[in-house]
Design a protein around this ligand. Structure first.
Ligand code: SAM
Ligand code: SF4
Length: 349
């Protein structure tokens, strides 16, 4: 597919769109099967040194009450995941690089492996770190890493981030490269429907994923947050429904471009449509991240407005998801890591 063909597909409506979504789901079933894999998500700290212009927990937002989930609570959430056969967890946080933070994550990784008989798979999503830190965390048990590029267009990147050394586009690219070199399964992604973003940008994002040869992807709609600088451009935004539809089109085209990667049904989809994540699973996504963050902390991890499931505890969340996923014709891969097939093919070649 060339760029023009991708742009055309991203714009489809009506019958053509139905055909695109169907083709994507068929490709998914053929290449990675009908299983949906759970990654229990623990948002273990909202303390962040960065100031991304779109994010509700950016350092500059003084309205946020900062928290750190205790080690015991994190381990309890992980134990829940393990006992309920989720098979994997994702530890996500704001971005810090202090030795205390790096050591804390390192210790948590070792403890999670210990309490789960070495069985829980661990994905990290803790932002840009040095190559040494990524290596250390890999040796302590993490094997997947999520670091969205947010936009592969450098100009757009600097419209949604402050222009300074701490938010440097090249550093982000380098971090993704380091993760690959170290041997992580690497996931990236973008927000869909950002102010200033064009179809050309989105097509380039998809081609960027292909060129980087990623193993996993998480893409969701951009959602505005009142207490962020990007909010002032909200008049430029597509409607929420349009952003939602476009995010699904992005997932579908990506499934056609990279048939054997893991694609997550992002939580932001659910902020627009209560069945948003299941809709993504029905058209090509195969990963879902049930929220296992202790409910007491969730109010303060609001990246965007209307973040769903703020008061739903892990048990409720699991039951609700199970019913919805089964209804959508998919099967939950309980007890299986559900690693990216693409990663193993990439390693072999
Ligand atoms: N701090 C780490 C990082 O930035 O990679 C991980 C946590 S960060 C909150 C996870 C993702 O949330 C980001 O990659 C970004 O794409 C997404 N996000 C932040 N603000 C958002 C918004 N307003 N709408 C949609 N997604 C958002
Ligand atoms: Fe911090 Fe990540 Fe939010 Fe940026 S997106 S402000 S790094 S939590």
């Amino acid at each position: 597919m060339n760029k023009q063909e991708i742009i055309q597909l991203l714009k489809v409506k009506g019958k053509e769109r139905t055909a695109l979504l169907k083709r994507s789901q068929e490709t998914r079933l053929k290449e990675v099967g009908n299983k949906v894999y759970f990654r229990g998500l623990v948002e273990f700290s909202n303390i962040c040194a960065k100031d991304c212009l779109y994010c509700g927990i950016r350092k500059g937002n003084e309205k946020v009450v900062r928290y750190e989930v205790t080690d015991e609570e994190i381990l309890e959430s992980c134990r829940f995941a393990w006992e309920n056969k989720f098979a994997s967890v994702v530890l996500q946080s704001g971005e810090l690089s202090s030795p205390a933070f790096v050591n804390r994550v390192d210790n948590l990784l070792k403890k999670i492996k210990q309490i789960s008989n070495n069985e829980l798979g661990i994905t990290l999503s803790c932002g840009e770190q040095s190559k040494e830190t990524y290596l250390r965390w890999k040796e302590s048990g993490a094997h997947r890493y999520l670091l969205r590029i947010e936009s592969s267009n450098k100009e757009l990147y600097y419209k949604i981030h402050p222009q300074n050394q701490q938010h440097n586009f090249e550093n982000r690219l380098e971090a993704l490269q380091s993760l690959k070199e170290i041997g992580y399964q690497v996931g990236t992604g973008v927000m869909v429907g950002l102010p200033f973003q064009t179809y050309d940008d989105l097509a380039n994002d998809l081609l960027f994923f292909k060129k980087l040869d990623i193993d996993m992807c998480g893409m969701g709609p951009y959602l505005e947050h009142e207490d962020t600088p990007l909010y002032k451009h909200r008049h430029l935004l597509k409607t929420k429904q349009e952003r939602f539809d476009l995010a699904l089109n992005m997932i579908a085209v990506l499934r056609l471009l990279m048939p054997d990667i893991n694609i997550a049904a992002a939580t932001a989809l659910q902020a627009i449509d209560p069945a948003g994540r299941e809709k993504a699973l029905a058209i090509g996504a195969n990963i879902i991240m049930p929220n296992l963050t202790p409910t007491a902390y969730r109010e303060e991890y609001q990246l965007y407005e209307n973040k769903p499931c703020l008061d739903e505890d892990a048990e409720l969340c699991r039951n609700c998801l199970e019913a919805r996923i089964n209804m959508s014709g998919n099967e939950i891969g309980y007890g299986e890591w559900g690693d990216s097939k693409h990663f193993y093919k990439r390693k072999k070649s």
